[in-house]
Design a protein around this ligand. Structure first.
Ligand SMILES: Cc1cc2nc3c(=O)[nH]c(=O)nc-3n(C[C@H](O)[C@H](O)[C@H](O)COP(=O)(O)OP(=O)(O)OC[C@H]3O[C@@H](n4cnc5c(N)ncnc54)[C@H](O)[C@@H]3O)c2cc1C
Length: 501
């Protein structure tokens, strides 16, 4: 029986651990926080619970990749998720013109909706969507198809910057802007973010969008239960502080409390910029270390969590996006304290017994880490009165913006709490509060190209820094990582065999 020690008990660590445990590995997961889950953690304020990170889920439609992975792990039937409104999964509003687009789920319905809003672009819409779906076909793992080669050759559009990709098909600048509305879901940057990321995320959600019903934390707990069921364990309050490497082999890892752990394989799912300083000098090639230490991470966010008075604000069964005006979707990182936020994403996550009234609302606004740099040497709960005042002011700006769409919303709020890029940095150990790990660059793909295999023989990587982030990217990467130990396609073949129609 081989053993695997996993650093980080977020979504990546738990899925990788569950897959390995199911394969007979003796798995131990070390998580620095009191709660497991990373981006799946929930927290409670004044009797209302909220999700820290993941809210919007894709890949769970019938036959979807994420659904099949959860079926294979034996927990799909216990997962509490709810499909968003079929006729309107996302509502996008532009304040300057009052234009509102209600976008349905399913390729056909989504296409029809775009035709109705932009009839003159009918042919362009067809070509654009086809090109998006074609890009996803180049990624076998996205469909859980066995891969023939680990060296995949991609077409010329794969790495094209996403904004240029859209502009190549679409004439109307308003439609170009609208088609990029999911940009904050993948940290899109103009001229850099590759088209394949835009395509994967858009196709994922067009195929079916879900929200958690109740706490997101329960997904983490289900994954933990798989690990325990197969003889593994998940230890919290265990910050890995040192990795002992001898002759390109890890001998042990040490935690801040002084415990030492040994295993045959070590899998790091924490941000690589956090991992690298834990390794002794020379453990990995210098060029590799400096490339990853210097590579840019995605932007961060400021999050406002609202609690509503009873029966005051209606439950919304879709996600909403508010933009100030057309032309800003690629500029959310730009910061002007008076006009920020230029765009927001909001939703009223369903509770276990969701009725017609919303209990809470989560509002995510892109924010660069530069805005909180002056407090970067502070810790949670001890950042000072000026920080609290600044957060309060930012929250008021967001509520002002929400009032433009929901004029009575202020009257419905009973309390609120906020999270800044520093909160994200400190809870997840994510440098600069990066939402999604490294910022991929189509113009310089090698810079953030990270293999699950490293030059340290028994160290593998997983989590959102490797390949894609989020509800779909992280479990697919977990499969890649586990297959680096067990052999190409072993897990994919087993999932397909297990989930045969
Ligand atoms: C605000 C926000 C909103 C998001 N919304 C969505 C969404 O709606 N849909 C979606 O699909 N994705 C969303 N994401 C992305 C998604 O949450 C992540 O891609 C996913 O959770 C990443 O999983 P991970 O395991 O790679 O990293 P994490 O979840 O960050 O887990 C890493 C874990 O490692 C732990 N750790 C760090 N350092 C150490 C150490 N030294 N020792 C031990 N443990 C350590 C951390 O505490 C953490 O628990 C969102 C992310 C954020 C931040």
């Amino acid at each position: 029986m081989k053993s695997a020690l996993i650093i980080g008990g977020g979504f990546g660590g738990l899925v990788t651990g569950a897959l390995l445990a199911r394969e007979g590995f003796r798995v131990r997961v070390l998580e620095k926080n009191h709660n497991i889950g990373g981006g799946l953690q929930s927290f409670t304020r004044q009797g209302v619970y909220y999700e820290t990170g993941m809210h919007i889920l894709g890949g769970f439609s019938e036959g979807g990749s994420v659904r099949r992975i959860f079926e294979y792990l034996g927990i799909m039937d216990k997962l509490r998720i709810e499909r968003c409104n079929m006729d309107c999964m996302d509502e996008v509003t532009y304040l300057a013109t009052g234009d509102t687009y209600r976008l349905p789920q399913g390729r056909e319905a989504f296409t029809e909706a775009l035709y109705s809003y932009f009839p003159a672009e009918r042919e362009n819409i067809n070509r654009y969507l086809q090109a998006c779906y074609d890009l996803t076909e180049e990624v076998d793992i996205f469909y859980l198809r066995p891969t023939k080669s680990i060296f995949t050759v991609h077409g010329e559009r794969f790495m094209q910057p996403a904004d240029e990709f859209i502009a190549d098909f679409i004439e109307d600048p308003r439609l170009r802007d609208l088609l990029a509305y999911m940009n904050p879901m993948y940290g899109g940057r103009p001229g850099h973010t590759p088209a394949y990321i835009h395509a994967l995320i858009n196709v994922l959600y067009i195929s079916g969008q879900y929200h958690f019903r109740g706490r997101s934390q329960h997904m983490a707990e289900l994954l933990v239960s798989v690990i325990y069921e197969h003889g593994g364990e998940v230890l919290t309050n265990q910050t890995v502080s040192k990795v002992n490497v001898v002759d390109r082999n890890i001998e042990s890892v040490q935690t801040a409390s002084g415990s030492v752990f040994h295993a045959d394989y070590y899998i790091s799912t924490i941000n690589l910029k956090t991992l690298l300083p834990l390794l002794p000098e020379g453990a990995l090639p210098r060029a590799y270390v400096s490339r990853l230490a210097e590579a840019p991470v995605t932007y961060s966010a400021f999050i406002l969590y609202l609690a509503f008075k009873p029966e005051s604000f209606p439950y919304l069964d879709h996600t909403g996006y508010i933009q100030d005006e057309y032309g800003l979707i690629w500029k959310h990182e730009e910061y002007d304290p008076d006009t920020w936020p230029r765009g927001i994403m909001y939703l009223t996550p369903p509770t276990e017994n969701q009725g017609p009234w919303a209990v809470r609302m989560t509002i995510n606004c892109i924010m660069s880490y530069d805005q909180v740099r002056r407090w970067e040497h502070t810790t949670v709960g001890r950042r000072g009165d000026d920080y609290e005042a600044w957060k309060h002011e930012r929250a008021e700006h967001i509520i002002d913006k929400l009032e433009r769409v929901f004029p009575d919303i202020r009257k419905c709020i009973s309390s609120y709490t906020t999270a800044s890029p520093l909160t994200i940095r400190d809870y997840y150990g994510s440098p600069e509060g990066a939402l999604y790990g490294y910022s991929k660059d189509g113009l310089d793909p090698a810079r953030t190209l990270i293999s699950p295999v490293t030059k340290i023989h028994n160290l593998l990587l997983s989590g959102q820094c490797v390949n894609l982030h989020g509800i779909c990217g992280v479990p697919l990467t977990a499969i890649n990582t586990v297959e680096c130990i067990l052999g190409l396609n072993t897990i994919v073949d087993k999932i397909n065999e297990y989930c045969k129609p």
